[in-house]
Ligand binder design. Structure first.
Ligand SMILES: Cc1ncc(COP(=O)(O)O)c(C=O)c1O
Length: 382
């Protein structure tokens, strides 16, 4: 039987990722590898800085293009996107636009949130927020818990698209729909899924969606984007703000808080320009390969990881069902940092998180990569 292959030319893409000559990167849930294109983008900025000294018009145009590329990933427009340096900052800005008094004080937070997002909501308790937790059981969250937790007293529900520990995917369309039906807002952290699980904000009624770029979007640390549903933008005045959030940042009027009519009212200070160059190049790759084709290939690799892990006697963390997970697959191990180190010595980059070791392939990984990584993991934990 012939092995399955992705719908795109995987060999051509692999030729653009130099580290594949020496390593098998399976740590995309943590940091994607460098590509020729992302490197060239960084060099373009350095060249511009070096040769023109300063070119703010071109640099701001690049930030706008990066917003547009992020928008394309989720079916939005550049006007619906704000830029930050981290998801923590984006979530803090969203929180600063909420009120936690009156009839609505509740924030429903999934226990699968990356801690930074949960911390932002915990910090809102000083402003009157009362947190309710959607519990993780066996590495998953039962969707029905949101029906009971999210009610007319809820300000906002914070539900990640995919769980950072094991790739478990939540039905954010359903959660956001329920939130909306009771007059609550929804915030989705899509950092662990974006680019690998198609998500379109035109058919998914989320109000806020955020992701950084260093994982499956093939970028670097120091930049993140926030989608804000255009219908609610005008009603939001984030207290985390700055001059780039103004309708006219160049009015230089210290006494006027003129809110931008678009999601850029969530922008704060001078954006991370060099990171925007790299982020755009990384997102272009994902948009070019295509999230639907990436998802199809990652279902194959994810299935191989689950079946191959189980057949080698490894203990899977979370669901066995690829319909409810990304390809990120976590195995419970005694000392995850030791395992990560031992695998790296064999040229395989895995990612330790607490009690698990995560293998997170991406569009450029092959079935051979998966088998080699599983063999190495199997022999390391024996
Ligand atoms: C799902 C998720 N959200 C957020 C973060 C961190 O966000 P930031 O460091 O950009 O605030 C991570 C990991 O780095 C993550 O996996």
């Amino acid at each position: 039987m012939t092995e399955p292959r992705p719908a795109y030319d995987i060999d051509a893409w692999r030729r653009n990722i130099p580290i594949l000559a020496t390593h098998i990167p399976m740590n995309n849930c943590s940091q994607a590898p460098q590509t020729d294109r992302t490197r060239a983008a960084a060099e373009r900025y350095l060249e511009s800085w070096n040769t023109s000294g300063m070119d703010w018009d071109a640099w701001m145009a690049e930030v706008a293009l990066a917003k547009a590329e992020f928008a394309k990933l989720i079916g939005a427009t550049a006007d619906d996107i704000a830029v930050f340096s981290s998801v923590s900052e984006a979530a803090s800005a969203v929180a600063s636009a909420m009120r936690f008094d009156g009839a609505r004080t509740k924030v429903v937070v999934s226990e699968a949130e990356f801690p930074t997002v949960a911390h932002v909501w915990l910090a809102q308790r000083t402003h009157g927020a009362a947190l309710s937790w959607a519990p993780v059981r066996d590495g998953q969250i039962h969707p029905a818990v949101y029906d009971t937790l999210v009610d007319e007293r809820t300000v906002l529900v914070s539900a990640c698209h995919a769980y950072y520990m094991n790739g478990f995917v939540q039905d954010v369309a359903c959660i956001a729909q329920h939130a909306r039906s009771v007059g609550a807002l929804s915030f989705v952290d899509a950092y662990q899924s974006l680019g690998t699980v198609p998500l379109d904000v035109r058919s998914t009624p989320v109000d806020f969606l955020s992701s950084g770029n260093l994982k499956f979007l093939m970028g670097v640390p120091g930049i993140a984007f926030l989608y804000v549903r255009p219908e609610i933008v005008a009603s939001l005045e984030p207290a985390v703000t700055g001059w780039f959030g103004r309708a006219n940042p160049f009015a230089f009027d210290s006494k006027m808080l003129d809110w931008s009519p678009t999601a850029s009212r969530f922008d704060t200070g001078t954006p991370p320009v060099i990171n925007a160059y790299i982020a755009r190049a990384g997102m272009e790759i994902i948009n070019e390969v295509g999230p639907a084709d990436i998802r199809a290939w990652l279902e194959v690799l994810g299935r191989r990881l689950i079946d191959g892990g189980l057949s080698r006697g490894l203990a899977l963390h979370g669901t066995h069902d690829m319909k409810h997970k990304t390809a990120t697959t976590a195995f419970v191990v005694e000392d995850s940092h030791h395992v990560e180190h031992a695998m790296r010595e064999r040229g395989i980059i895995a990612s330790a998180r607490g009690s698990v070791i995560r293998l997170a392939p991406h569009f450029y990984n092959t079935l051979d990569d998966v088998d080699t990584a599983l063999d190495a993991l199997g022999s390391t934990v024996q």
